[in-house]
Design a protein around this ligand. Structure first.
Ligand SMILES: [Zn+2]
Length: 405
């Protein structure tokens, strides 16, 4: 025979411990690491919730809870608006094997009414709700993560082969502010790989072309263009201009690469590094204080003429797309604080054999810029070097370093 609502509630009360808001408050103040589970609808959660609460609406509990709280011994405090839905939800969780679930009497209304702290997620417009809906479905991103991305400021050095895909995907993901440093104009020979730019923009400043493409994709993104070549005189001003959180190095020459590295070490900013050569590419994250920097691997630049540029060596069109996308991904992981960043690891792609290798990189205590006794304490402008292909490409040197040679 079907049970009445009252019978269901009585049964739930008999099996689920209930705590007052004061008990919950003191438990949280003691930092006992319980999961706060908000079982109200998403709209209610958005209006306000307990700090740090996990949102799983009652109707999605069975589907989502095992993914979001895999350990069934996790202590959980469930709450709803008034204490009824959470009691029934807690009982149901008990039936699913969750052994340590408490329901909060009076729910969020009582909590807020008592003047206890609460939080509100960013209000998204209906367009943003639709645009980022696939991010909202991921518990690692969700509304809180999307808000972080929208508050994030990322500087892309170069709107070329690497900067194009990186900036496009960062813009698509909703990164709020994108700085782009590039003093070059679009050339027909760029279009084979620099997908920010189009045929009708040949001769236009790359930062202006980039702004058009990015804002056509996502008008929410603030694009800050710097039509300058990075030097020791302007790099710190540009880094500080929007107080960028992450630097994406998509430059194509050694003087700029060393300049970015040193400026990142000196300002403590993570540097998502990518480089390409013909059919091969590599990507890593230099995060000051967390792992090595570029000079830990190569203390000084190669002599002028020893390393070829793209213009001399050629590059397969799709390759910077792969590397630039990994750079965008790593930048997003850093902003969200999820996953394992590529710090102290170099991913190396060989697109002809389609082999992907990962090498551990170590911080060098003798490093001239991030070591214990740094000898480089001011930014250096190395002279531009272009030259013939004589020395082995950079990545083979990386492999030698990684192999301890
Ligand atoms: Zn270093």
């Amino acid at each position: 025979m079907a049970k009445t609502f009252k019978q269901l509630m009585d049964e739930a009360r008999a099996s689920v411990p209930e705590w007052s808001i004061d008990q919950v408050k003191s438990e949280l103040d003691n930092g006992n690491g319980r999961v706060l589970l908000d079982v109200r609808e998403k709209e209610e959660f958005r209006e306000g919730h307990l700090n740090g609460a996990l949102s799983i609406p009652r109707g999605f509990l069975e589907i989502q809870v095992e993914e979001k709280i895999p350990d069934k011994d996790t202590p959980i405090i469930a709450y709803c608006a008034g204490g009824t839905r959470s009691l029934l939800a807690a009982r149901h969780l008990g039936e699913m094997g969750y052994a340590n679930v408490i329901s909060m009497i009076g729910g969020y209304s009582a909590w807020k009414g008592a003047g206890y702290p609460w939080a509100q997620v960013r209000k998204f417009t209906p367009e943003q709700m639709a645009r980022y809906s696939r991010h909202f479905l991921l518990s690692e991103v969700g509304e809180a993560g999307q808000a972080k991305l929208m508050d994030a400021k990322i500087l892309c050095v170069g709107a070329g082969g690497l900067g194009s895909p990186a900036a496009l995907y960062l813009a698509a993901a909703g990164v709020g502010t994108l700085g782009i440093v590039d003093d070059d104009v679009v050339d027909l020979s760029n279009l084979q790989r620099q997908i920010l730019h189009t045929n009708d923009r040949v001769g236009e400043l790359k930062i202006e072309s980039a702004r058009k493409t990015i804002n056509a994709l996502n008008p929410d993104v603030k694009v800050v263009g710097y039509p300058e070549r990075l030097t020791s005189a302007n790099i710190m001003r540009i880094f500080a201009d929007e107080d960028y959180d992450v630097i994406v190095d998509g430059c194509d020459n050694f003087p700029t690469r060393y300049l970015i590295n040193d400026a990142c070490v000196m300002s403590g900013k993570p540097n998502v590094h990518g480089s390409i050569f013909q059919f091969e590419g590599q990507v890593t994250v230099f995060h000051p204080g967390h792992g090595p920097c570029y000079r830990c691997l190569f203390p000084e630049p190669p002599p002028p003429g020893a390393a070829p540029s793209c213009a001399e060596a050629g590059v397969l069109g799709v390759l910077p797309g792969l590397i630039g996308c990994v750079q965008a991904l790593e930048a997003i992981k850093l902003i969200l604080g999820v996953g394992k960043p590529l710090v102290g690891r170099m991913i190396y792609f060989d697109t002809l054999s389609m082999e992907l290798r990962s090498h551990k990189l170590r911080q060098d205590r003798e490093c001239p810029v991030c070591g214990e006794n740094p000898t480089i304490t001011a930014l250096v402008d190395y002279e531009e070097f272009c030259g013939l292909r004589q020395a082995p490409p950079e990545q083979s040197r990386i492999l030698q370093v990684a192999a301890g040679r």
